[in-house]
Ligand binder design. Sequence first.
Ligand code: SDX
Length: 429
Amino acid sequence: MNVNGKATLTLQNGNAIELPVYGGSHGPDVIDIRKLYGQTGMFTYDPGFMSTASCNSTITFIDGDKGELLYRGYPIEQLATKCDFLQVCHLLLYGDLPDDAGRKDFVSRVTNHTMVHEQMQFFLRGFRRDAHPMSVMTGLLGAMSAFYPDSINLHDKEQREISAIRLIAKLPTLTAMAYKYTVGQPLIYPRNDLGYTANFMRMMFAVPAEEYKINDVLVRALDRIFILHADHEQNASTSTVRLCASSGTNPFAAIAAGVACLWGPAHGGANEAALNMLYDIQRNGGIEKIGDFIAQVKDKNSSVRLMGFGHRVYKNYDPRAKLMRETCYEVLNELGLQDDPLFKLAMALEKIALEDDYFVSRKLYPNVDFYSGIVQKAIGIPVPLFTAIFALARTVGWIAQLNEMIADPEYKIGRPRQLYVGAQRRDVK
Ligand code: SDX
């Protein structure tokens, strides 16, 4: 980052302080307020961090006004159409797309870590069969530190590298295990002769009773979904992972914290909520009744939101939503489901919303979660597993961001302050 001048803050007592301004490669400049409290005895106040940069980063850039998303400088549109997920994992983790030798080495390292400790299935058995997959995933991820004690030292680069490979490699296996457990089917082991995403789909959908046929179009679609979800700057779950890891805890625990945060319907849980919203509209009259639903959304007294719409950063169309809609179209075509009523309903809902001043004036556009549920359902992924798929894909982004923080010589444990508005000092009578 480079110094771009200074900002002067004049206080009510007339004193003025100067604060350095830094610029980056893209995006807004920042005012360095680290000395503010020392110089003024005051904090800044920014609930929800609407105007706060928590770090400097080289990983992902978002231009919310343009609807632009770059991973290490590459536009998401190019990565989603020209690369596969493991190439994007290499890019996010190490800063560059791999050459042929690098790609072979990375794929081999991931492939050879896809099995999990045999005892983990017994940990799984502690859950009820109807447990939400995200509760299982939060448990399994946190438990990994107990099963892989040789890669838990956050400050050891070697151990961070091994835990990164283990997490990327084992998330598909654990996600498929969580799914198989809830449907009472036998767990399917990974196979080293299959690609990353084909392996996952086989672990999800194969049964011992017959050979599983791989559909390359569906595999490619899911691989693209992984790419679209891989990282997204300092979103809520990534900030959770950074804050959790800043205490020096182990990588598995920090990623488990990210999974827990992603679960929320305002964040990664929105894909499940968006599909359930479409089902509700369908049950209550479908396309003809969209107007009634939109009226509910606009009614301040109702807590109804158009799930899969709106974004803290994007005030234009989320580029991932565009790619997701294309993927949706390809998959439905491949499966002969072009007339899928939910897809038609989603497109009708999107059209109406984008012409309605309530959404236009608030710059509410479809985000990554609006179409992802439809395409995942078409691929055969059950609705409660949508957010677990999001977590599977986002794990590489969380790890890259965690590694970047730990490698930053300026990093400290994160410890925000507050504006205290509670009871003044008083004595017990
Ligand atoms: C993800 O941060 C990331 O990068 C996240 C993510 C990632 O990759 O990590 O992109 C993934 O989480 C995508 C977002 C998924 N969430 C949803 O789709 C849930 C529905 N969307 C919202 O709840 C909301 O839009 C948020 C949470 C995404 C953003 O909320 P903000 O930025 O805090 O905005 P806000 O809640 O203050 O809303 C501003 C106005 C309000 O109206 P007014 O008070 O001004 O009258 O817009 C309205 C809100 O009521 N509004 C919506 C709406 N989203 C905002 N109204 C109806 N439907 C919506 N979806």
